[in-house]
Design a protein around this ligand. Sequence first.
Ligand SMILES: Cc1cc2nc3c(=O)[nH]c(=O)nc-3n(C[C@H](O)[C@H](O)[C@H](O)COP(=O)(O)O)c2cc1C
Length: 367
Amino acid sequence: MSYASREPVKFAYWVPNVSGGLVISNIEQRTSWTIEYNRKLAQIAEASGFDYALSQIRFTAGYGAEFQHESVSFSHALLESTTTLKVIAAILPGPWNPTLAAKQIATINHLTNGRVSVNVVSGWFRGEFHAIGEHWLDHDERYRRSEEFIRALRGIWTEDNFSFSGDFYRFNNYSLKPKPIDPQPEIFQGGSSRAARDMASRVSDWYFTNGNTPAEIQKQVDDIQGKAKANGHSVRVGVNAFAIVRETEEEARSVLAEIIEKANPDAVNAFGHEVKNAGKSSPEGEGNWAKSSFEDLVQYNDGFRSNLIGTPRQIAERVIDLKRAGADLILLGFLHFQEEVEYFGKHVIPLIRELEAQEGETAVAAE
Ligand SMILES: Cc1cc2nc3c(=O)[nH]c(=O)nc-3n(C[C@H](O)[C@H](O)[C@H](O)COP(=O)(O)O)c2cc1C
């Protein structure tokens, strides 16, 4: 099936609200996790044609990420520094319960004209759960809890006298006031295991997955969209990529080689052990990092696998290939965020828009 959606593909960037950037490497990175850096980055991103910024939630260090700012308050600060950018705040069920999350996000929605969304993540870091005294649930149990969390968020945001009786959460005639104004907060989720895909096909607005080839993305999309259709649910797909865009392919490839050469092998291997272990109890073994090699793991979410490494034209063509495979949004990480987000907006997005316009004309001619 081809998913060459007629809507322009959307762009998001990872908010560097944790230290160390998006690669586990000692290569020089001019990215900073401070609020000053991030405010300016958000302004550059919205001026460069980015639609969304995605914050991360981490409660403790591990494999880099020594310092971490909290995602919801940080997202609010970025919204206050911008005018059109939408910011997706990461939320981890467990530390957050749906009552607090719904209230917090509804307030931020009012303060920012509906520009806040959430990314409900299910967790991968057992050491972090232990450190903060959270029960570590099995892989599929984590998704069962996340699904209840999402159903509760939606119910609280849209219904009066909301009642819910789940295994993890309960509500009795609860009426949140004020409810969010339109546009309603969108609900994203992260993960690519069967449990993640099934949850996306039932309750999420957006499914975020790790970097991968168009063929592998298309397999996931076929599965999710087929199930979503059967469930009468509509879901869109975001794909992670670490972009290295340079004037020549050679230059871009040599940056990738340097990132990997300067990777910290102990940290990468320990991260690999942790994430593979986190997915182990997923019965089919198809989780986010099931097939990740050492090189893949140097980028936290397999971003090199999407292969947005090369010249602006090569990147534009590969984004179109991902779009044809069913991606509605590309989530981007960079080495030097401020400079590279600006470069991407100036040199890559316009080429993508040209290619999309050509595709549109071909489609119209074929009708
Ligand atoms: C785009 C994206 C963003 C994520 N952000 C976070 C995050 O901020 N904090 C976190 O603990 N996990 C995050 N995760 C990881 C998820 O919590 C989850 O552990 C992982 O995706 C599980 O994948 P699986 O179900 O395929 O095994 C993210 C995942 C994706 C794909």
